[in-house]
Ligand binder design. Structure first.
Ligand code: UN1
Length: 479
């Protein structure tokens, strides 16, 4: 019998009738644990507790907020190997990636521990004599946090830490598929000295838990990362009741490779951006837009590199790419590989299921060439280790193709030309631009987010996070 991991509501661990089995995608015989599935009534209790606790926490001192966030940061860092291992075991990214993400989560809590001490307002002279005007930031109240399975510790951290830092209460729903790291964070927060009810964990299905959070009038703001389809539903539901919302959704990120690129840099950027973390990142490069003069050399070098990549159990030493997260994601990847071939793209590497020592969802990273930007594989987010090379005649054509997408999260270019790099930085229609770097893998202390169908609302992370997690008050006084 594996341990039942309960929900955390109003400062108590609350077991539930229903539970999910958290299965290791590298070895489906390995059950990570049983995790509670909250009922609508559990969620209502969590929201009521958050509401009741929110007023007290809104008046907490910067020192209290700092101390709580600092303790959480310290414990995550001290347990990075264990938590990183849990992450890789439940999600399937490699141990190095799992530990790296855990360190990032700790750094995010530490960053916001510092920010808690720096929250400031503004005071300016009024246009009227004797009047003073002051702008302050106040907490939103209760924040609903809904996170995806692909970054099970970093994304919860970058939503929970600023929510608490700016004086809000939290109702947190991790992904039903991968709840282990979310539960582990909750267990750490439960011992951090935070007053009861300020932080609540409600695990379970989107259709039950997510819905209850979206529809409650007592949740003042919802921050969501996940699919574009669910994001639209979050937007419609929140807008319908005038709640604030912030969405981070898909991407169809381009990596442009120009004739003058350093070939080795370009190949490493493509390999990392398209295939590491099994390509399961909204920042993954799925369109490799390559100019004629370097096209064949780039394809040859990337194919050679892919042939040597080790796809295996996420926890095994030497593994470079872990399994796909589950059967339905694997089916989606295989569907797109079939679609790409039918559309006339040429599969030059990978794309087939791999057998390893344990039963898992292993897929050889797939590389298409001769793709056009009109194909479905170039327009729809696949969310797996699948990338396509699209030929471009010139830099101008490459830029036009890069921008011809409904998404706009991260755009990359590999070039040694200052002129093209500068032009691309100014003209890429994306929230983030990477020059000679992979499109994925971002810093934790600067804003994260995209344009067009990729994101909605204020940026996440860094000091810009205050925009979503606070509301501005302008006060006038005649002295
Ligand atoms: C990264 O590329 O470092 O869901 C982070 C995602 C993104 C996070 C990407 N929100 O993939």
């Amino acid at each position: 019998m594996s341990k039942h991991h309960a929900n955390f509501i109003a400062g108590e661990w609350v077991a539930s009738a229903e539970a999910s089995r958290n299965v290791n995608p590298s070895d489906t015989n390995d059950v990570v644990g049983e995790y509670a599935r909250a009922s609508a009534a559990d969620v209502a209790n969590a929201i009521a507790a958050a509401k009741a606790a929110s007023h007290g926490w809104a008046r907490s001192t910067p020192q209290e907020r700092h101390d709580v966030l600092r303790r959480v940061a310290d414990e995550i860092l001290a347990r990075k190997d264990e938590l990183g291992r849990l992450l890789s075991r439940e999600e399937g990214k490699t141990l190095a990636e799992g530990i790296g993400e855990t360190i990032r989560a700790s750094q995010i809590f530490a960053f916001f521990a510092g920010e808690a001490l720096r929250l400031a307002g503004e005071k300016i002279a009024s246009v009227r004599p004797g009047v003073e005007v002051e702008m302050t930031r106040e907490p939103m109240g209760v924040i609903g946090i809904i996170t995806p399975w692909n970054f099970p510790i970093a994304i919860p951290a970058w939503k929970i830490a600023p929510a608490l830092c700016y004086g809000n209460a939290v109702v947190f729903k991790p992904a039903d598929l991968v709840p282990g790291c979310g539960w582990a964070i909750a267990e750490i927060i439960a011992r951090s000295g935070l007053p009861k009810g300020v932080f609540n964990l409600v695990m379970g299905r989107g259709s039950v838990v997510g819905e209850a959070i979206l529809k409650s009038r007592d949740v003042h703001a919802v921050t969501f990362t996940g699919s574009a389809a669910t994001g639209r539903h979050v937007a419609a539901t929140c807008a319908g009741r005038m709640a604030k919302f912030q969405l981070e959704m898909g991407g169809k990120n381009p990596l442009v490779v120009l004739d003058d690129a350093d070939l080795k840099t370009a190949v490493e950027c493509a390999l990392n951006g398209a295939f590491f973390s099994t390509g399961q990142r909204c920042t993954a490069s799925s369109r490799l837009i390559v100019t004629e003069g370097i096209h064949d050399r780039f394809v040859a070098a990337l194919s050679e590199r892919l042939a040597g990549v080790v796809v295996d159990d996420a926890l095994k030493a030497g593994t470079q790419i872990g399994p796909v997260v589950d059967q339905s994601q694997l089916d989606q990847d295989l569907d797109y590989i079939r679609i790409g071939t039918q559309e006339g793209a040429k599969l030059v590497s990978g794309g087939q299921i791999l057998n390893r020592a344990t039963p898992g969802f292993y897929l050889a990273p797939a590389l298409f060439t001769e793709a056009t930007n009109a194909m479905r594989i170039s327009r729809e987010e696949i969310f797996g280790p699948v990338a396509s090379v699209i030929r471009a005649k010139s830099y101008d054509e490459a830029l036009a193709i890069a921008n011809d997408t409904e998404y706009g999260l991260s755009s990359g270019i590999c070039t040694t030309s200052l002129k093209h790099a500068s032009h691309f930085k100014r003209n890429a229609e994306a929230g983030m631009v990477m020059v000679n770097l992979p499109t994925a893998g971002v810093d934790y202390h600067v804003p994260f987010g995209g344009r067009k169908a990729s994101s909605y609302g204020p940026r996440e992370q860094g000091r810009y996070a205050a925009e979503f997690f606070t509301q501005v008050k302008t006060s006038y006084i005649l002295a």
